[in-house]
Design a protein around this ligand. Sequence first.
Ligand SMILES: [Zn+2]
Length: 294
Amino acid sequence: MPRDTTQTSAPERCALCSSTDLSRFLARDGYAVYACGACGLRFLHPQPTSDDLVELYGERYFAHTTPGQPGYDRYLDELENIRRTFDDRLRYLPGNRPGARLVDVGAAVGTFVERARRIGWDAEGLEPSTWAAQYAREMLGQPVRTVTVEDAGIAPESVDVVTLWEVIEHLPDPASTLRAIHRILKPGGLLVLSTPDAASLVARLLARRWPGWGKIPEHLYFFDRRTLRKLLEVAGFAVESSRYVPLVVSRQYLLDRVSRVIGVSLHRKLSRAWLERPIRVNPGYDLMVIARRR
Ligand SMILES: [Zn+2]
């Protein structure tokens, strides 16, 4: 949904630190990314309307097969690989005792909930996309409710772990969502999140070709270790660790991504069987942060 921003004024203040020292970092499809000179936060301006977001996160977002379109190419074709990716990530979660309560916020089609329940977590998902939450319930049989964490009615201090996989960059008001997560977590409970690191070496080397900047207007904020830490601390969390995590994808998916960055198709002559084989890659910018509720 390209828009005309020639009429749009610059943002007034940084959403994280309230500084007015803002400069335009890049512009694309009628949106601009602004950078805060004080705290380093980068964010989309103007932000899409809530109607834009409802339209964006329909079936096409999760199920389209056109590389370069918003959303996840082949999300459903890659489901087996997404399962493997989440199995890897579950190993980083400490305190994995059966029956411990986990809430996956922004659960998409419920794949992480499925993997967590499989090893004994009492897990449920929250997903505002009607299409994705319904898919989770009906196709994967997972307890995923069509609701935001703010409106989920979960009892305060009742949850051991909240996960937020590639979600925080999509949230219109991440500080408010983190406060809602803080309320439902037990004291000492963990928030585990991942997001693309806009200050990673890969992002800096690729500059404007970094795939993270292509995620407009889906990504509303572009975080790095420094801005994430500040956001989490303001919401009442202490960062315990951060690391770049791998993901499992098909060779087809990987080659699509690389082809798009370098502008050359790499896989025309490769066999389908070869392309479908999974591969574990660490792109060096998918940052996972574990934070403890204070
Ligand atoms: Zn700022």
